[in-house]
Design a protein around this ligand. Sequence first.
Ligand SMILES: [Zn+2]
Length: 244
Amino acid sequence: MLIQRRANFPIECISWSDFQNCPTCTGKQPGISLRHWRFAWSLRCKVCGSELVPLHGNREGLAQLPSRLRHRAQEGAVRLRTVYRHGNVHSGRRMDLTLQVAAVLAPELRHGALFSLNQIDRFKALAVINLGMTRPLLATALTMKSDRVGETKLRIAFPHKGKLVDRLARLAESLPSQRSREVGAPKNQSRTNSTGMTHSPRQEYLQAARRAIDQLGENAERSDLLNCAVKFFESASQSNVDIS
Ligand SMILES: [Zn+2]
């Protein structure tokens, strides 16, 4: 099966071999292999609408997928398909960078994860693409918040992006912990908030990120988006210092 590929697109979007199929269609016609099953963004069969499943590997994974992850993955798949079909290399580079950052913070999410036989990893990779196009700074900062060595990994992987990592680290520091760690004796709780900001409701971070995207557009440079989001966040924090 020969499939035309975009030579200059930064991400490989078409598998060189079959990695998933439709259980309904292959049940009716054993050995069938449809072209669209090999696209990174294909989650459902175009012929019958069934959910595609990996040829090997864990098929039970999908049943355990949180609905939010599934939804984000579906949105990421649509974005990837649209960007690829339009030959939008700029957005493709942004998705590529997103996957690079994700792979540094979570090695299972390297580029090949788009064709992973592990459905959860594949859905995570597609969800990451969606976050990278909508809320890249917040998503990265949240990951750094839960991964103490994430900042170091990013500095090693992207030595020329020191200022951006500095800002991400400050944003991560200012984010409230997602889980209460009152039980036990947390080792790093004494780490101080370098920004000196008081902890505010999480909604503020989302609002800052959304306002930055609204102002600059989804395709703006990450550093510009980050600068803008940080400004929004800082101004919001200063006006809400009484919130506890
Ligand atoms: Zn089918």
